[in-house]
Design a protein around this ligand. Structure first.
Ligand code: SAM
Length: 241
């Protein structure tokens, strides 16, 4: 029996085949993360299979195979609360013609990502240190992005308040979630009414190795987000919409 390789699994689960160059870059990213992790605690996910599934596969699963994205366009993308660079870095590797902004409030993490960008020669990506609540009001970032990604940063309505201000009208926010509860969807819809967005798709997938449940919630910005959002630093988490 042929044992499936990671490449086979990509093809089966995402209908997509990475190039040799992309595979090599992920290997470099993995090795860099292991190296830095000896000095600072960047991520708990360091075993090869777990890294592949939870960091690489998961990051890409949120943006691959969507009929409402024009993949050939040079999309402007922001990853909010990127941490060690997920989902942003794997996406930056597979779409070199997209322009990525990796945002995190922790200076230490952004410094490390800058090292990764250098090692990976990723000139399509830039980093920003700051809180989404503050950066989302700056004219150079507000309403400037086609795609906003957010994984493991907070509850859905908080994520929506962070993401929507960054999107152009027609732009798409992607919330990376594990389980997806009815009450979360009700709360998210109520928040989106205030923020100028609507849910256009809820996609459920199983991860290819451990068969864990993933949900990707796609939000479209339909009208301008009122100036009062995002609210002051800390308020979205303290008092979700
Ligand atoms: N997205 C990464 C992932 O899925 O591996 C990191 C998730 S980590 C649990 C949450 C990250 O969000 C942290 O790096 C934290 O510094 C950042 N963060 C939390 N609140 C933020 C905010 N308001 N603005 C910007 N970054 C924020």
């Amino acid at each position: 029996m042929k044992i499936p390789t990671f490449e086979d699994i990509w093809q089966n689960s995402l209908q997509w085949q990475p190039t040799q160059e992309q595979l090599e870059k992920w290997e470099i990213l993995y090795q860099e993360i292991l190296l830095i992790n000896r000095q600072i605690n960047l991520t708990r996910i360091t075993e090869p299979q777990e890294f592949w599934e939870k960091h690489l596969w998961d990051s890409l699963a949120g943006v691959i195979g969507l009929d409402f994205l024009n993949y050939k366009d040079s999309l402007k993308v922001i990853d909010i609360g990127t941490g060690a660079g997920f989902p942003g870095l794997p996406i930056s590797i597979i779409f070199p013609h997209w322009q990525l902004t990796l945002l995190d409030s922790t200076q230490k993490k952004i410094k490390v990502i800058n090292l990764f960008l250098e090692a990976l020669k990723l000139s399509n990506s830039q980093t920003v240190v700051g809180r989404a609540e503050a950066i989302g009001h700056l004219p150079q970032h507000r309403e400037k992005y086609d795609l906003g990604l957010i994984r493991a940063v907070g509850e859905p309505s908080v994520c929506a308040e962070y993401v929507l201000p960054f999107l152009k009208i027609g732009g798409i926010g992607v919330l990376y979630r594990g389980n997806w509860e009815t009450q979360e969807e009700i709360n998210l819809k109520a928040a989106l009414k205030k923020l100028g967005g609507k849910i256009i798709l809820v996609k459920q997938l199983r991860t290819p190795l451990t068969k864990s449940v993933r949900h990707f919630i796609y939000i479209k910005k339909v009208v301008l987000t009122p100036e009062q959002f995002p609210r002051d630093v800390g308020i979205p988490k303290q008092k979700p919409l």
